[in-house]
Unconditional design. Sequence first.
Length: 149
Amino acid sequence: MFAGIVGLLSGLVAALAYIQVAALGRLNEPEARTVFYFSVGTAVVGAALMLVTGVSPWLWPSVLWLLPIGVLAALGQLCMTNAYSRGSTLVVANLQYSGIVFGALFGLILFGDQIPLMGWLGMALIMASGIASTVLRSRTLPSAPAEDH
């Protein structure tokens, strides 16, 4: 139950964050600035949590992974910010949730994970809701004129 509540709260906070990112994009806020302040904020929160929980010991072969992980995370965040601020928010959100499906399938194929019936039903629900919301959204958008006069 605790893990489920944490997952729901994580999704709620992520949705609120991406709503704010989309709003900043509509205000023509540069994506790089948004990602910079997001990174600063998460670094401050992480440092505060390290004061409470302590620091794990570093092993030098593992430390070498920090640079590529940081660079790729920043590039991924930049791409997500760009997509939410300039693209169709609904399509981007649907594609993001499809990551759950891909993660489960990678676990099945690469690691032999067993997906219970509830997992398959959840993946079907994610795909069906993504398709339905995209189709319904495209029906409600007004058609743009072929040419301006």
